[in-house]
Design a protein around this ligand. Structure first.
Ligand code: FES
Ligand code: ZN
Ligand code: ZN
Length: 311
């Protein structure tokens, strides 16, 4: 298999042809930079924080955000990284080692906050307690607390935007999950930039890897020789998302372009969904306990925390 652009050996076969290492890296970086420009994900004077875990997606997006800033002569002093340590034994501690090394090597200041410090329990300890009363899977607890801490600490760090490593596969899964669950309000918050309207209590999240398939991100991280482990969260197989992921992978294998098709169709419908949401009365308020954003009196993170305290 030869590269369609030169005669070197190809490392990947894409819909529009085969690419060698050099041409794949160029293609991938170009795609990410185009996404940033087209959707205005990064502004010149903005303070940016990349949400990182030490995995391939977050380190790729951190690396490319820095590269984008340098390429456009934007000072990188406004760039920081923020990680949430959920407390997942034999997993997160290893990715955090990779993360610390990566941030030191690339000279990006790193802040790590943890479930244990902030909410009193690690995910490993918390979810069986919450699970007993509310039959919540680890991913439900993890998702709520992660988003909560990211938003809270991004605000504390005074950043304008949080950059995340969500890729095309993640987005296609999220779209299908929301459709299967008739969650149009949540679907309206997807897209390359999060949220429907600006709100003081929420920091906007943006996704430069929006059009990059998971296998492309993995290959990019491998070819760039990022020193990371390509492991998955041990709980990932327990979540609803995992079933959707398997279904989409099966479809993609049979019908190439399925995931891209889902995301493109969704983007065509997104303005309609967002307009519909804008007409709904705003329900965002401050949680009466922690003063963070909530759509009811007490936010989901505090509800879960209370369940643990009362157990
Ligand atoms: Fe890690 Fe769900 S808790 S993937
Ligand atoms: Zn080539
Ligand atoms: Zn709260």
């Amino acid at each position: 298999m030869h590269c369609s652009k030169c005669r070197y050996q190809a490392v990947i076969s894409l819909q529009h042809g085969n690419l060698c290492k050099k041409h794949f890296i160029d293609y991938f970086e170009e795609k990410v930079f185009k996404t940033i420009n087209k959707y205005q994900l990064i502004g010149r004077n903005e303070k940016l924080c990349v949400a990182v875990s030490g995995g391939k997606d977050s380190l790729t997006v951190l690396y490319l955000t820095k590269k984008y800033l340098e390429k456009n002569n934007i000072p990188t002093t406004n760039l920081t990284a923020l990680a949430v340590d959920e407390g997942i034994d034999n997993y997160r501690e290893h990715t955090l080692v990779d993360l610390r090394k990566f941030c030191t090597e690339h000279r990006v200041p790193l802040t790590i906050v943890s479930f244990e410090q902030e909410l009193g329990k690690t995910l490993d300890q918390a979810y069986p307690i919450i699970n007993k009363d509310a039959s919540k899977k680890p991913c439900n607890v993890c998702g709520v607390w992660r988003r909560y801490l990211l938003n809270k600490h991004a605000k504390r760090l005074g950043v304008d935007k949080v950059i995340t490593g969500h890729n095309l596969d993640d987005e296609a899964q999220a779209i299908i999950m929301n459709i299967f669950k008739a969650n149009t309000a949540l679907a309206a918050r997807l897209g390359p930039t999060s949220g429907v309207q600006e709100h003081d209590l929420f920091i906007q999240r943006v996704k430069p890897l929006y059009f990059c398939a998971e296998k492309e991100v993995r290959l990019y991280a491998l070819l760039k020789n990022f020193q990371i482990k390509f492991t998955e969260c041990p709980y990932s197989k327990e979540g609803y998302r995992h079933h959707i992921q398997e279904m989409l992978n099966e479809f993609e294998n049979k019908y190439k372009g399925t995931k891209q098709g889902i995301v493109n169709s969704f983007l065509a419908m997104l303005p309609l969904l967002q307009n519909q949401e804008k007409e709904m009365p705003q329900t965002i308020q401050q949680c009466s306990k922690c003063k963070e954003a909530s759509n009811k009196d007490i936010c989901n993170a505090c509800v879960m925390k209370e369940t643990i305290e009362n157990a």
